[in-house]
Design a protein around this ligand. Structure first.
Ligand SMILES: Nc1nc2c(ncn2[C@@H]2O[C@H](COP(=O)(O)OP(=O)(O)OP(=O)(O)O)[C@@H](O)[C@H]2O)c(=O)[nH]1
Ligand SMILES: [Mg+2]
Length: 492
């Protein structure tokens, strides 16, 4: 039984329970009191609750375990608290419960005690898979929490009116080049283009010769299907209705769709191809729309990216205002028109980033309330992983960026905590990590990563090479001391 996961539940000598942290550290209650880290010799040999050869992980419980300062009478008390189990719950109940709930059986678990001490690189790879899993889970969680919800925009209008070109001008590469065409109608049915920030429904345009009633009925059915979904995240939140300016016509079918099929509060009428439309033609079309009751502020004139993206900034701003609030942030991040707005949005994340670091600092201080022996400093790792993954999610660093810099960084970090590097890293560190050191270490790390991620997000936006998160002990040491000094100054 080697496939262990962070947070797996172990049954150790004397029927004592423990939460697995790494091949060297398990959290348990050695004697009535707070949760402590047990060393290898204390939990070996042990059994683990596993299902089909894979230990059942309780990652949340593990993070709680590293932060809780409660006192417990026994390790069973600890586990009852961490897993929110009832007071009247005995060890046999726990075994039966894990079997029922997870299909878990107790399997033998033993770690061969190494003859020679493993080299640091072996040690790093030992836990890396677990770290990647936990990192990704936390990254996704933060992504959902901080990006807000993904808006659905429907782009509708006659064929060739410039729907796909418009969507591309505003939203960039999410719309593929082949969606835009000359000659034959390009978009058949409804194409859905999406990324993690936005979903665009690009509709089949009404073709010459197709019955207008048929097109209207199809569109009505599509909209009905979306809007009857109980989950509002799947509704259409905004419609860009395109009319080709150079055609100089607003048809009854256009007006019927704009006024009766869509909710007029969600429709922006976009008169496209401004570069090849006369201003008198634009005026005529505008007047027809106004007479039909379309509010003046919902009518815009645009051209595609090749023709200077006229009016696209105005369309971006109006769309941002008209979207329901929960979907605005993701739209702002998805649009390609106003880079300054996106820059400001990145800078505005600093407050949330500081809050993420502050939470981790508090958790680390809690974990170090009873000084952690230096060899067990790895108990701080889950806190740091959560912090770094949350920061990566907040700044929306795509997974590639995360893979290139954050994950190798975290893997290195584990090496640092698991070896005597801490001694090198923290000048004057004694034999244990206390609350102040744990907090400073986490705070300095957080500040370092936060600054780097902000810079990475800005660099990506501006097309500059992104900085790497180089983990250099000397550099970090400098950072640590600066951070510590700043903390001291704040106190004075
Ligand atoms: N001059 C000019 N041409 C444009 C503009 N927008 C789109 N076009 C051209 O108009 C043609 C049709 O554009 P699309 O974006 O494919 O139109 P569509 O509404 O998506 O068409 P279907 O998918 O077939 O319904 C293409 O040749 C575009 O290059 C514009 O602003 N100015
Ligand atoms: Mg199209």
């Amino acid at each position: 039984m080697n496939h262990l996961r962070f947070g797996a539940l172990l049954m150790m000598r004397g029927r004592r329970l423990g939460i697995y942290l790494s091949h060297r550290v398990v959290l348990t209650i050695p004697k009535p009191g707070p949760i402590r880290a047990a060393a290898l010799k204390d939990f070996q040999p042990a059994q683990v609750f596993a299902c089909q050869g894979i230990a059942v992980p309780f990652f949340e419980a593990l993070v709680t375990a590293t932060t809780t300062q409660k006192h417990f009478a026994s390790s069973l008390e600890m586990v009852k608290h961490l897993l929110s189990l009832p007071e009247e719950f005995y060890l046999n109940d726990l075994i039966a419960y894990l079997k029922r709930r997870y299909g878990a059986e107790l399997e033998e678990f033993s770690i061969p005690v190494p003859q020679n001490h493993p080299t640091p690189s072996e040690k790093e790879t030992m836990d890396t898979n677990e770290i990647i899993d936990e990192f990704n889970a936390k990254y996704n969680e933060a992504r959902t929490q901080y990006t807000g919800k993904r808006p659905n925009i429907l782009v509708c209008g006659y064929t060739g009116s410039g729907k796909s070109s418009l969507a591309k001008a505003i939203l960039g590469d999410v719309v593929p080049d082949h969606a835009i065409g000359d000659g034959r109608p390009q978009t058949m049915g409804y194409d859905c283009y999406e990324n993690e920030l936005i979903r665009i429904w690009d509709s089949r345009g009404l073709e010459n010769g197709q019955a207008e009633e048929e097109f209207t009925a199809q569109t009505r059915q599509f909209v009905r299907e979306r809007q009857s979904d109980p989950n509002v995240d799947n509704h259409i939140h905004l419609v860009w209705y395109t009319i080709q300016g150079s055609g100089a016509r607003v048809t009854d079918c256009d007006l019927n769709l704009i006024r009766n099929i869509f909710n007029p509060e969600h429709v922006i009428v976009v008169i496209t191809k401004a570069d090849i439309t006369r201003s008198t033609q634009q005026e005529t079309m505008r007047n027809i729309l106004l007479e039909a009751g379309v509010p003046a502020e919902h009518i815009l004139f645009t051209s595609d990216a090749d023709s200077g993206a006229t009016g696209c900034q105005a369309l971006m701003e109006l769309s941002h205002r008209m979207l329901p609030e929960a979907y605005r942030d993701a739209f702002l991040e998805a649009q390609r028109i106003d880079l300054e707005a996106r820059r400001q949005a990145i800078l505005a994340k600093r407050g949330k980033a500081k809050a993420i670091v502050a939470t981790a600092v508090t958790a680390a201080a809690g974990a170090g309330a009873i000084p952690i022996p230096l060899s067990d400093a790895a108990v701080l790792i889950p806190i740091q992983i959560t912090m770094i993954a949350s920061l990566a999610g907040l700044y929306g660093l795509r997974k590639e960026a995360v893979k290139q810099s954050a994950l190798p960084f975290v893997a290195k970090l584990v090496g640092v905590f698991a070896s005597s590097s801490l001694l090198k890293l923290i000048p004057g560190l004694g034999s244990a990590v206390n609350a102040a050191v744990a907090a400073t270490l986490t705070g300095a790390m957080g500040r370092f990563v936060r600054g780097n991620f902000e810079e990475t997000a800005l660099a990506k936006l501006e097309g500059r090479p992104t900085p790497n998160l180089v983990f250099d002990v000397e550099l970090f040491k400098k950072f640590y001391l600066e951070y510590q000094q700043r903390q001291n100054q704040d106190k004075e």
